[in-house]
Design a protein around this ligand. Sequence first.
Ligand SMILES: NC(=O)c1ccc[n+]([C@@H]2O[C@H](COP(=O)([O-])OP(=O)(O)OC[C@H]3O[C@@H](n4cnc5c(N)ncnc54)[C@H](O)[C@@H]3O)[C@@H](O)[C@H]2O)c1
Length: 354
Amino acid sequence: MNINITLLPGDGIGTEIVSSAVKVIEKISEIFKIKINFTEELFGGCSYDKYGVPLTEKTIESCKKSDAVLLGAVGGYKWDNLEHSKKPEAGLLKLRSSLGLFTNIRPAKVYNELLDASSLKSEILKGTDFIVLRELTGGIYFGKPRGYDDTKGYNTMIYTKEEVERIARQAFTIARGRKKRVTNVDKANVLECSQFWRKVVSEVHKDFQDVELQNMYVDNAAMQIVRNPTQFDVILTGNLFGDILSDISGMITGSLGMLPSASIGEKYALYEPIHGSAPDIAGKNKANPLATISSLAMMFELTFKRKDISDVIENSIKKTLAEGYRTADIFSEGTILVTTTGMTDQILNDLIVQ
Ligand SMILES: NC(=O)c1ccc[n+]([C@@H]2O[C@H](COP(=O)([O-])OP(=O)(O)OC[C@H]3O[C@@H](n4cnc5c(N)ncnc54)[C@H](O)[C@@H]3O)[C@@H](O)[C@H]2O)c1
């Protein structure tokens, strides 16, 4: 196996957490005898400082040539007052659209050791392990006409058959490798766009009869996620509903520093922690690298189809947490406070093939 990964460490803690992930990749390469080539490119504020733009064609080309992209985070106070198109965050939107990343996957997984970090009761959360699959490049955020004048404001919720089909296929395919259950979330009792969405999803389902399909209205889904999150496996939904549900789902599981994500298109895939560049702790060796390392586990599972490697990475996270190691964001009394590099060393120690 020969793998090419483009690294985009970005700004702030991005460089620290990506450097942790690189150590994990190097150890994985050693254990599993896989040749892994890295290309590192500037992206975000650091790219603006050098080239006057947050995202260069060279960086886009490198991403397109690689098998997967690992992103740290971009942004920071220094670039906050730039005009919109020069901002690091504008580079992020451009990167996602240049790579055609129409699926956003956010897992909501609770580690037993961190049950107390959530705002929900631990007995409700225990065993929670689902993902929100959000359509990312269509729907009401992009539909036209849109606008407002003195008397009205309007947007258009629109999905084409092709857009729904491709995300539905992703959802069923991913569910096949999990608990084989897809919950399609929409507002088909009110919106024609949702009725169409639901119809296309059920047509695609005919090719995936081994996966169970359930439909749920979005208002009910929001309630069910906090009432009984363990009932879900894969939540499939559109751009607007997914934006809201993925944040609810992320936060029921605790700290930002623990949450990975994947954005996937027809050809390319990008993996990143959901948090930002955390300028308040940047350069202090305090950042939690686990969201990035967990994003790496997603990369091995989804892009390289190596669930075995993904499991080894996930198990090392579980073991490290069970041994009591915590960065400051997840620290509690009775646990062992470690730095970014300290946490990374423990993960490397615990990367064991069973
Ligand atoms: N995908 C991205 O690159 C991305 C996402 C969100 C925000 N941003 C940018 O990041 C910058 C900072 O944004 P923000 O402060 O609103 O959000 P943030 O996620 O960077 O930080 C929010 C809080 O969480 C903490 N935190 C975040 N990640 C952590 C980690 N791994 N370990 C420990 N603590 C962590 C930070 O210290 C901070 O207190 C802004 O410029 C914003 O635009 C980038």
